[in-house]
Design a protein around this ligand. Structure first.
Ligand code: UDP
Ligand code: MG
Length: 204
């Protein structure tokens, strides 16, 4: 009997982390739980962005226990966008998911992203429908910022969405190819085209 080895589709979850030591274990557990139902193989790629606390050592502990956990250690704090870009540059999944490490982006949404990706979308971005626990000031300033951005730029950057999203390998490869040093990732992605669609979710 001949066995046919099927290449498994791989998801790569990128988590930029700066001083998140209380959140590393919990976000890891939540992702594992959320992805237990998926038929896809997956990797969790932490990017330690020059943390001064136990973030890196906690990531290293997880990587020792679980081969699905990988990490990048940045030499200093470069900022969220640069950390995400470092993750994308080093990811080689068929789809890459970008999410925060501080539990604000719910991992259950990943399977919704994947569904839309299977339907043929190259970019599936999370669209917030509430910002529970954030001050009225933050809500209002975020709303004004995104609307202003929308008005100022020629590219339509989706309103009420951050970097929480899934991008197809094609999009990740295009981003790598652009070799931009100072990036506004969701702006670049919006500008790139491809087939894009939102998935609504409640932000913690
Ligand atoms: N982060 C990072 N480098 C930084 C600041 C933040 O990698 O210099 C990470 C942080 O650990 C979190 C994500 O980026 O996982 C989003 O950061 P934050 O929660 O501060 O942003 P906000 O919730 O205000 O959008
Ligand atoms: Mg946050």
């Amino acid at each position: 009997m001949t066995k046919i080895a099927l290449m498994k589709t791989t998801l790569e979850i990128i988590l930029p982390a700066h001083n998140e030591h209380g959140n590393i274990k919990p976000i890891y557990n939540e992702i594992k739980e959320a992805l237990a139902i998926t038929e896809y193989d997956y990797f969790i790629l932490f990017v330690d962005d020059g943390s001064k606390d136990e973030t890196l050592s906690q990531i290293k502990d997880l990587a020792k226990e679980d081969h699905k956990v990988k990490y990048i250690e940045l030499s200093r704090n470069f900022g969220h966008q640069a950390a995400v870009m470092a993750g994308i540059t080093n990811a080689d999944g068929d789809a890459v998911v970008i999410m925060d490490a501080d539990l604000q982006d719910p991992p259950e949404v990943i399977s919704e992203f994947v569904k839309q990706w299977q339907l043929g979308f190259h970019v599936v971005y999370g669209k917030r429908i509430s910002r529970d626990g954030e001050s009225l000031f933050k809500k209002t300033s975020a709303a004004i910022f995104y609307r202003l951005l929308h008005w100022l730029t020629e590219v339509d950057i989706p309103l009420d969405s951050g970097d929480f999203r899934l991008i197809d390998k094609k999009v990740a490869d295009s981003l790598k190819g652009m070799n931009e040093k100072s990036v506004f990732i969701r702006g670049l992605i919006a500008w790139m085209g491809y087939r894009q669609t939102p998935v609504e979710y409640h932000r913690e």
